[in-house]
Design a protein around this ligand. Structure first.
Ligand code: ADP
Length: 794
């Protein structure tokens, strides 16, 4: 089917597609049009990676807008939201407006109502529904990208419930679900009342194979000799082999290497740097040196230097410990073929939209806490990594290669991945933590007001489609309702379910009810060193299956609902500090409050290494008077270990709020700068939620706010005022303070040469900061003459 024959799209769109080089639809795209995707019909497209799923979504959304409707595109990762928005913005010249939900629903609300296409994560959409965003009612088309992620234990239920709710709010809503090739796409289509488009077609052939000894054995029976000697790992030999082959345009073949941990990504990148370095041109070396410098500037942590060192040689690593600026610099340079090889962890690979001639799946097993050991990756996951191989128009075919050390492993890899079909997706909704959150929200937003109505709503989920007997769902529903009622989040007089005021707040704040209960209890109890703690807290039955988990070396960034929504309640609160000083809450310390929020299931705690146990047990006894609520005893082993993991995480936050250097923190806790930011964002969000709960329940607000601001800026209390000025930050605030400038007022009136000296002679920065603090004459020109002496004096 030719694109110029497409109908129902805004004028000019088919021509623009032709100009982009899309003159002919790919077969799965044509099948989706046949199935009515441009006529408002629902479609599930289950096709391989890189076979043009995005265009199917675009055709659906553009034709919906042309009919006067409004479309929502749900992405699985926050990082992908801005990427997709930028992609869709090319339709603005044809009158189609695009917006991305940034998280602050209050300011988002009205503006998004004017957009034709809105991009958001499923958590964001869920939150918008809970907060009654008015434009939700106007939607006529919803697209779910990577819908197979309903299978994800942590995030799947939110996507599932969100789709069910949207379809309930808007009868006849066109639903377009994009999926990798999965074992049961027909069930997904049945659930969404959609036409199924299923295909194995790919724009370039993919050859999958296994490297063993001196050759790659491909699934199609062909072989490629790749010699490895004992001193060289197969990984290096395969990367070198791809690089030594140039395409018609003289470009060397790049590789993407998947490994199972951050540490492995970093060591692999280091090893591969010696392979790439010797194959660079002079121009490439110069460009890479510049890029490396840019990477070094991003943060002062060791990771910056480590990454810059390998990038200068044409290699890179990519994982959740990196700052997002790092990640995008690496992705762009890999797309520009400047970086020749990237060693990445699998979860993050979802974000790297970068075809590469060769994909090497080096580690096909990963540590799994639940299984207590190494576990093979799912076929679906490995197929998705392999799908990144091959650059359309440049490579004759893509090559995806697994590595084997012996012939038995080779056989296993063929069975498990090369020949195998991907697994079916299965709903994870019946897990208690998921239902706890979603049932409260469903009642609070008035979707269901009786137990029967609730079960009827749940009947519209994939879970119900996949389960013959409804017994399990009823059972969990009842136990969750008991929990919500016992914690005063829900009333159920005469069979009517109604959220209490605090229940409404918890749902709007997007907290797991169990997190809210923990925070409320902690604030009610107070520190153990005070009389408050003697009063018994409200009785709260513990719910089974807390979602709390230690992430250790696992990849979790982008999967934390907490940080996803951290921006939700962003407000300018700089002037509200003194509003409720009646309750100073002096007995609360920062460490105690950080520990409290780190104990909630919404925080991914740091992993407790074997040596850590003694360290944090000691720290626990040292600070036991500050910690809130009742501690488990050492005999309650699992609970006590959770308590210590929370303490370790809290200590990281406390270090950050005490101005400990970023690289020192990275070293002390074995984390990267991206982890620090992730923990800080999550804690900030939880403490902000804590402030609201405290306000409503008449519990101490001031200490919670202080603790929140201190991690927000990463400073001690005396710097809070200064650090809040835009462009100041923790380091500059400290230097200004040391120069005698202790507050915003001081800064506004300060001698310019002192400011300049404290800012190490950076004129532009000084001007910007003075302007931000409201100085009438921020220009530094007048002090130029003094600046050098002043800088010297400092
Ligand atoms: P997926 O989402 O299935 O992984 P994408 O939508 O990202 O794949 O498409 C991969 C690439 O193929 C994109 O660069 C896109 O511009 C290109 N593409 C999509 N459809 C066509 C087409 N019909 N003809 C040529 N190129 C296409």
């Amino acid at each position: 089917m030719r694109t110029e024959d497409l109908t129902g799209l805004p004028e000019g769109v088919p021509e623009a597609l032709c100009d982009e080089g899309i003159a002919e639809l790919y077969p799965p795209q044509a099948a989706a049009v046949e199935a009515g995707v441009t006529d408002g019909d629902s479609v599930v497209a289950s096709v391989p990676t890189a076979s043009g799923k995005t265009l199917i979504a675009e055709l659906a959304m553009l034709s919906a807008v042309q009919r006067g409707g409004k479309a929502l595109y749900i992405v699985p990762l926050r990082a992908l939201a801005s990427e997709k928005k930028a992609e869709f913005e090319r339709w603005e010249e044809f009158g189609v407006t695009v917006g991305v939900s940034t998280g602050n629903y209050e300011s988002d609300g009205e503006w998004l109502a004017t957009r034709d296409i809105i991009v958001a994560t499923s958590e964001k959409v869920d939150s918008l529904i809970r907060n009654n965003a008015p434009w939700i009612d106007d939607l006529t088309c919803v697209v779910a990208d990577e819908v197979h992620l309903v299978d994800d234990r942590n995030r799947g239920p939110t996507l599932e419930v969100t789709l069910a709710k949207l379809r309930r709010i808007n009868a006849g809503l066109q639903t377009v679900a994009l999926s990798a090739t999965v074992g049961n796409a027909d069930t997904v289509a049945e659930w969404l009342d959609a036409e199924l488009v299923q295909s194995d077609w790919r724009p370039i052939d993919l050859k999958m194979g296994v490297h063993f000894r001196n050759a790659v054995n491909f699934g199609d029976g062909s072989q490629r000799e790749v010699q490895t000697d004992r001193s060289e790992k197969a990984e290096s030999a395969l990367v070198a082999d791809a690089l030594d082959e140039t395409d018609d345009e003289g470009n060397r073949g790049s590789s993407l290497v998947f490994v199972n941990s951050r540490r492995n990504a970093e060591s692999s990148a280091k090893r591969l740097a010696s392979v790439t370095e010797s194959r660079l041109t002079g121009d490439e070396r110069a460009d890479l040196a510049e890029l490396a410098e840019e990477i070094r500037q991003v943060s002062d942590a060791d990771t910056s230097d480590d990454l810059a060192d390998v990038v200068a040689k044409g290699s890179a690593f990519h994982h959740a410990g990196l700052a997002s600026e790092h990640r995008s610099l690496v992705e762009q340079a890999f797309r520009d073929r400047l970086i020749k090889v990237v060693s990445a962890t699998p979860t993050l690979a979802a974000g790297v939209n970068t075809p590469s001639r060769r994909v090497i799946v080096r580690d096909w097993r990963r540590y799994d806490g639940d299984a207590g050991g190494m576990k093979p990756l799912d076929t679906l996951e490995v197929h998705q990594m392999c799908g990144r191989a091959g650059r359309p128009g440049l490579d004759p075919y893509g090559e995806a290669i697994l590595l084997a050390n012996d012939s038995e492993t080779m056989d296993e890899l063929f069975e498990r991945y090369v020949w195998a079909d991907p697994e079916p997706v299965r709903s994870k909704l019946a897990a208690e933590p998921a239902l706890r959150t979603h049932l409260l929200a469903t009642v609070a937003s008035g979707f269901a007001t009786t137990r029967d109505a609730l079960l009827e709503f749940l009947d519209q989920t994939l879970y119900a489609t996949q389960t013959e007997k409804s017994g399990r769902l009823e059972e969990v529903t009842d136990s969750v309702l008991d929990y919500l009622h016992a914690n005063d989040f829900l009333d159920r007089d005469d069979g009517t379910l109604k959220a209490t005021n605090i229940g409404h707040t918890v749902s709007r704040l997007y907290l797991d009810p169990m997190s809210a209960a923990e925070i409320i209890d902690g604030l009610e109890d107070g520190p153990r060193g005070t009389s408050k703690s003697a009063s018994a807290s409200r009785s709260r039955p513990a719910a089974a299956g807390s979602t709390a988990s230690a992430d250790g070396d696992e990849e979790t960034a982008g999967f934390q609902t907490a940080s996803e929504l951290a921006g939700d309640a962003t407000e300018d609160d700089s002037e509200t500090d003194d509003a409720d000083t009646a309750d100073t809450g002096d007995e609360f310390t920062e460490l105690g409050l950080y520990h409290l929020v780190c104990r909630t299931p919404d925080m991914y705690q740091l992993y407790l290494k074997s040596g850590d146990k003694t360290t944090y047990t000691e720290l626990n006894y040292e600070h036991e008077d500050e910690l809130l609520g009742r501690a488990p005893t050492e005999w309650q082993e699992a609970e006590f270990e959770d308590w210590l993991s929370a303490l370790k995480t809290a200590k990281l936050l406390d270090d950050w709020a005490s101005e400990v250097d970023e690289d020192r923190i990275c070293e002390r806790y074995g984390v990267g700068p991206g982890d620090i930011r992730g923990k800080v964002e999550t804690a900030e969000w939880l403490l902000r939620a804590g402030e609201q709960l405290a306000q409503e329940l008449d519990l101490p607000v001031v200490p919670v706010r202080r603790a929140r601001k201190r991690i927000e800026y990463g400073v001690r209390e005396e710097l809070l005022d200064l650090a809040g000025v835009r462009n100041v930050g923790r380091k500059r605030a400290r230097r200004l303070f040391e120069a005698g400038i202790e507050s915003r007022v001081d800064l506004r009136d300060a001698d310019k040469s002192v400011v300049l000296a404290a800012l190490r002679g950076r004129e532009k920065t000084a001007e910007r900061i003075l302007e931000n603090v409201g100085r009438q004459d921020p220009s530094m020109e007048t002090v130029e003459a003094d600046s050098e002496t002043a800088a010297e004096a400092a």
